[in-house]
Ligand binder design. Structure first.
Ligand code: NOJ
Length: 568
């Protein structure tokens, strides 16, 4: 496999609005990011992905961009952004921005011009279509609820929006639009950006027939990703053309790192995405996220078992083997906190948090840590629907209520799945507002900041934070890094339910990761001879029963994890 500059790196996602506010307006800012570069460096982070910081009305928290060339005032200035690039470079750190080009904002000048003249040049930057028999062109439901079509004022047309009506979809079929996108991407890369996380990119190719689909809800609509799925499986040429061109014209000449948000890519297509000459450097592994989906919404999401979760992640690891790298996560700004979602209730403690970190960070691929994950931030407490800010949460609450659920039942679904769980302000200290702001925070803090915060954890050698530091240092240690980066992945102890175990091997080195996700002690037997314990979350002296040549046995406590080097 050809070596790339980013293979040995560790990445960290910053959600700028909630990271650190330095001017007292209750909203995080670039100055806050700059001031924490040393904190991140010390953690072992090399690459920082910033969720959108462009000018935006923030209907969808910056994923609705009104000017691709400007920094949102809330976050600071272009000078401060340049300073961030400069300060990162000084520390050998790399900055990724979020590339949101499936849609823009209704406040973008292209859309304003399109509305002014629905027959004119800019209307063709979007999908302006006539309806059918007084109805919208098709019956698709947007990701955030309601039809994907919105009437264009003073015209007989509608415009398409797969997300909110404030996020009109850009028309990639139009070469002029594509040229504008490439110009903008190159402008940022020329500034010294290392690359992009690429938003919602599988949506850029539409079924231009805009067919009616079998409704999947009482609203008579069908969720829009059905066309995206079937289109890209049936007829991938269209998106292939767009993605190749995007890469050739922008990312490739800059040797940029690109991390795409792409769900459910089939193994047969994976090499096109992340292979040697793929469209992207890597894609996020969303297999755990998509493992169980409610048929109608968050409220009817089925439960899952540890073994199902393990199998999803392991299958993704196996799928990428020999093809490329996945970007591994346990959470991001669109998901609840990983430790609240994937750890069984009995393991939702510091041991469990360290255990899941170990499993995730030692996988083959590019590890991403989401802000606050390194201190074990959890889902928040929510009493009332008005406490949420997220557009998706409000929609899902209504979906649940419309299905006949009580306020409390609908709230339960939101408590479990709301994206705001990950968006509560970063917990820096145990003092007022967790040290996030001296003003009024834009979103309610998680009250557990008095117990879970950076300041306390920095002082505690056994904290989750200090464990993350050790774990990252292990991944990067000269003696093991080649194996952690390029080593093969293999399932281990396959018959052991609730034991998550795998190995990474390269040449004459083999490392085994064993995690006890069970709520009880488990007897474990490993066939190889133990060389060394590389890290564990329990720091106890274990009584290894070692029989030369026949492996070793030991008893694992609940939520315990070990990383062993073994003889091969
Ligand atoms: C995915 C982003 O991560 C999410 O936050 C956003 O709402 C949608 N794409 C639309 O841009």
């Amino acid at each position: 496999m050809e070596r790339k500059w980013w293979h040995d790196k560790v990445a960290y996602q910053i959600y700028p609005k909630s990271f650190l506010d330095t001017n007292g307006d209750g909203i995080g800012d670039l100055r806050g990011v700059i001031s924490k570069l040393d904190y991140l460096k010390e953690l072992g982070v090399d690459i920082i992905w910033l969720s959108p910081i462009y000018k935006s009305p923030f209907v969808d928290q910056g994923y609705d961009i009104s000017d691709y060339y400007a920094i949102a005032e809330e976050f600071g200035t272009m000078e401060e952004f340049d300073e961030l690039l400069h300060e990162a470079k000084k520390r050998n750190m790399y900055i990724l921005m979020d590339l949101v080009v499936n849609h823009c904002s209704i406040e973008h000048e292209w859309f304003k011009k399109a509305l002014e003249d629905p027959e004119g040049e800019y209307a063709d930057f979007f999908y302006f279509r006539e309806g059918k028999d007084g109805n919208p062109p098709d019956n698709l439901r947007s990701y955030f609820g309601g039809s994907v079509w919105e009437p264009v004022p003073n015209s007989n047309k509608y415009y398409l929006h797969l997300f909110s009506k404030e996020q009109p979809d850009l028309n990639w079929e139009n070469p002029k639009l594509r040229e504008e996108v490439y110009k903008m991407v190159n402008w940022w890369l020329d500034k010294g950006l290392a690359g992009f996380r690429i938003d919602a990119i599988m949506n850029i190719k539409k079924d231009l027939e805009f067919p009616m689909l079998e409704p999947d809800g009482d609203d008579g609509l069908a969720i829009c990703f059905r066309t995206i799925e079937s289109l890209n499986e049936k007829n991938p040429e269209g998106i292939d053309l767009f993605l190749k061109e995007l890469k050739e014209r922008t990312f490739k000449p800059h040797d940029a790192l690109t991390v795409a948000e792409a769900f459910n890519i089939d193994k047969s297509a994976l090499s096109k995405f992340i292979g040697e000459d793929g469209y992207f450097s890597t894609i996020f592994d969303f297999s755990a996220e998509t493992m169980v989906n409610g048929e109608h919404g968050w409220y009817d999401t089925p439960d899952f078992t540890v073994d199902e979760w393990k199998n999803e992640l392991f299958s993704a690891q196996e799928m990428a083997e020999g093809i490329g790298f996945m970007a591994n996560i346990i959470e991001n700004h669109d998901e609840p906190r990983g430790v609240s979602r994937y750890l069984p209730t009995y393991a939702q403690n510091d041991m469990g948090k360290k255990m899941i970190a170990t499993v995730s960070l030692l996988f083959r691929g590019l590890p991403f840590i989401y802000q606050g994950q390194e201190i074990g931030m959890t889902n928040s407490e929510w009493n009332d629907i008005t406490e949420f800010n997220d557009i998706n949460t409000k929609d899902q609450y209504n979906v649940a209520r419309d299905a006949g659920l009580s306020d409390d039942e609908a709230m339960d679904a939101c408590r479990k799945f709301s994206r705001d769980n990950a968006r509560t302000p970063m917990q820096w200290t145990f003092k007022e507002n967790a040290g996030f702001t001296e003003g009024t925070p834009w979103l309610k803090l998680n009250p557990n900041y008095v117990d879970i915060n950076v300041e306390s954890q920095e002082k505690d050698p056994d904290s989750v934070l200090n464990y993350y530091k050790k774990l990252i240092a292990l991944r990067k240690a000269r003696k093991y890094s080649e194996t952690f980066i390029y080593g093969n992945f293999k399932r281990e102890l396959e018959d052991e339910s609730k034991i998550v175990a795998y190995s990474r091997s390269l040449n004459d080195q083999k490392i085994i990761i064993v995690a006890n996700f069970d709520g009880v002690q488990r007897e474990i037997s490993i066939d190889e001879s133990l060389k060394e314990i590389l890290i564990s979350n329990s720091n106890r002296n274990i009584d290894f029963d070692m029989a030369k040549d026949t492996g070793f046995q030991f008893v694992m406590e609940p939520s315990e994890v070990f990383v062993f080097e073994v003889e091969i």
